[in-house]
Design a protein around this ligand. Structure first.
Ligand SMILES: Cc1ncc(COP(=O)(O)O)c(C=O)c1O
Length: 416
């Protein structure tokens, strides 16, 4: 499959748009300018084909079947795990746990690691720019255990206040959980430095990074980052919905109790006592999202064939172009200006509400997101309820940006 994908994936990023069937459609009678990749990426036909082939050619449940189809599907599923491990440079594929999405991966860490390690009064440090997926699971744990949440503030403009972070570290700090690239602002956080500061203060502080946007917009090497847990979600990475990833340091995973109980995660069950498999199986109770994992593996193959460095360079050039063009639209305020920034542009307009702008852009064939982006605390900090967010993918091009600028001109005329 990898070889086949290599041959069919467009090595030239400018041509890869043709790999995405949905981008050949029209939206409201206009060519589609899909600028909502941060919410969910479109799927290349190689991913769709890989999932279809897995269902048409050898579909069966995995791990326990003695017949050929089951064994072939098991190999495809476990091969996808290996692809994920290589993609983020994990030391071992045993450290890759398939979850439903990034949200479930954070909940798994909170309930299993947090539930077994944290005590009343222990402190977890989050940032003001976290997605709700990396806030609410810790609040649920606070209800259960009486842990304390400390928040790294965001400075004017959106950059994290690292001096304030250092002051938050205390003898009770057990975990620092931080988003790698902000989905609302596109800011790339200095997560390697954030990990190093925590470890220098106390080597036993665990660091969890939410890489849901970072794996899409940059090359990620989890060993280099010095973290203990890394989570991301498949559907933003040009893969299907229903599949996410938790990477965890093996020694931590091996000491963690199961998150959910059921089939495929046990060694032996009696009514008196059950023993559990080693990770990753311990954390994958029940029939997993088999086809979706295979789809995620294909998406990673696709990205690797396209070349992650080329993808990053393409998005950086397009971001620069987009900022130049958007600055010609009167009355826009951009949120999240930073030196290190991925292809996510967040703005408000003096002349209109984000939701109204989003609806007018839709009429122009331009798909953006208008809202709080599941970052309500960050929005409060920015002093707004919502922003308009245009986010780039590897298929985005200058025509998309021109359509956005034209649509904003129309929105301004209608709303002013
Ligand atoms: C930074 C970040 N973290 C977590 C999530 C949650 O992803 P999912 O809903 O797939 O679990 C998102 C999705 O928007 C995100 O952008």
């Amino acid at each position: 499959m990898a070889e086949q994908l290599k041959k069919s994936a467009s090595h030239n990023i400018a041509l890869c748009r043709d790999d995405f069937p949905v981008l050949r459609q029209t939206m409201n009678g206009r060519p589609v300018s899909y600028l909502d990749t941060a919410a969910s990426a479109q799927k290349p036909h190689m991913v769709i084909e890989a999932m279809k082939a897995a269902m048409e050619m050898h579909y069966a449940n995995i791990h326990r079947g003695l017949y050929a189809f089951s064994q072939e599907t098991t190999v495809a599923f476990e091969t996808a795990r290996g692809r994920v491990a290589a993609f983020v440079n994990a030391p071992s594929e045993k450290e890759i746990i398939f979850t439903r999405n990034a949200t479930e991966a954070v909940n798994l860490v909170a309930q299993s690691w947090g539930g077994s390690v944290l005590k009343t009064g222990d402190e977890v440090i989050l940032t003001e720019m976290e997605h709700h997926a990396n806030i609410v699971p810790w609040q649920l744990l606070r209800e259960r255990l009486g842990i304390v949440l400390r928040i790294i503030p965001v400075q004017e403009g959106g950059v994290l206040d690292l001096a304030a972070y250092e002051k938050l570290l205390s003898p009770r700090t057990r975990l620092v959980a931080c988003v790698h690239i902000s989905n609302a602002l596109g800011i790339v956080n200095p997560v390697k430095k954030i990990s190093a500061i925590a470890k220098k203060f106390n080597k036993d502080i665990a660091v969890l990074l939410d890489g849901s946007q970072a794996v899409v917009h940059s090359s990620v090497d989890i060993q280099d980052l010095g973290c203990d847990f890394y989570v991301f979600t498949g559907h933003k990475l040009y893969g299907p919905t229903g599949i996410g990833v938790l990477w965890g340091r093996y020694d931590l995973l091996a000491a963690m109790p199961p998150y959910q109980g059921g089939g495929d995660m046990i060694e032996r069950v009696t009514f008196e006592r059950t023993t559990f498999k080693e990770p990753p199986a311990r954390f994958e109770a029940g029939t997993p999202a088999i086809i979706e994992a295979i789809g995620l593996g294909a998406a990673i193959d696709y990205l690797s064939a396209a070349g992650m460095e080329d993808v990053v360079a393409h998005e950086a050039a397009l971001l620069k172009f987009a900022m130049g063009r958007l600055e010609t639209v009167d009355g826009l305020t951009f949120h999240g200006a930073a030196k290190e920034k991925a292809g996510i542009i967040s703005f408000t307009a003096a002349w209109g509400q984000p939701a109204d702008i989003g609806m007018i852009l839709d009429q122009c064939g331009v798909a953006v997101r208008a809202g709080h982006h599941c970052c309500q605390p960050l929005m409060q900090r920015l002093g707004t309820e919502a922003t308009v967010r245009a986010s780039l993918g590897l298929y985005s091009n200058k025509d998309d940006i021109e359509a956005l600028v034209e649509g904003l001109g129309k929105a301004k005329r209608l709303l002013s």
